[in-house]
Design a protein around this ligand. Structure first.
Ligand code: VGL
Ligand code: ZN
Length: 203
């Protein structure tokens, strides 16, 4: 069964948002059109409490985009973003949501970040996404959304580790940093994932 996994298509990752991904809004019409090609559509939402440990503002003498160790794990310190129940955490207003069967929220634990839609960054706590998809019989996962080299990339790695087929739809994502995205693409292919453009999707 073909499943579309929409990662973090949220206002704060759009141009003008708190953690803007360049051209992030350009994927919205495409991911809307793509939804009809899939048997199942699910979405993730970055959903942080205020003063989340991934925010630079939660640490004294720290700057945005600095990397620190948080419980032994490298953590980029981000601007405050996707705070629960704020406009920035909402999906892009033009995102079609009528076909989204389930939404998995992540980054809700104040102490630890969660890039992947499946697990937190320490791989300690599951969001339930893997079990949900397995129960639905969703073997082939296609990924779109933001940001390409963070939440999309780490979701794909976890999907592969969980035994799913995972394919990135390259024109349905955008990166914060294109050089980092190129490295992420190499890692996806090396680990058995696929990369396609939306034109290659057959109905
Ligand atoms: C993301 C950084 C921090 C993402 C979320 O959705 O890629 N990136 N939180
Ligand atoms: Zn976040």
């Amino acid at each position: 069964m073909k499943t579309l996994v929409l990662i973090d298509v949220q206002n704060d990752f759009m141009p003008g948002g708190a953690l803007a991904v360049p051209e992030g809004d350009q994927i919205v019409p495409l991911v809307n059109d793509l939804q009809d090609k899939f048997d199942l559509v699910i979405a993730t939402q970055d959903w942080h409490p205020p003063r989340h440990a991934s925010f630079a503002s939660s640490h004294e003498n720290s700057e945005e985009f600095e990397v620190i160790k948080l419980d032994g794990i490298d953590q980029v310190l981000w601007p405050d973003h996707c705070i629960q129940n704020t406009k920035g955490a909402n999906f892009h207003p033009k995102l079609k949501t009528s076909k989204i069967e389930a939404i998995f929220r992540k980054g809700t634990d104040i102490k630890i970040d969660s890039y992947s839609g499946f697990y937190d960054n320490a791989h300690q706590k599951s969001t339930g996404l893997s079990g949900y998809l397995k129960e639905k019989g969703a073997g082939e996962l296609y990924f779109a959304g933001l940001a390409a080299e963070y939440c999309v990339y780490f979701s794909i790695l976890d999907a592969l580790a969980e035994g799913f087929q995972a394919t990135l739809i390259e024109d349905a994502t955008r990166a914060l940093n294109n050089e980092e995205f190129e490295k992420a693409k190499i890692a996806i292919l090396r680990k058995g994932g696929k990369i396609i453009t939306s034109g290659e999707l057959i109905i």
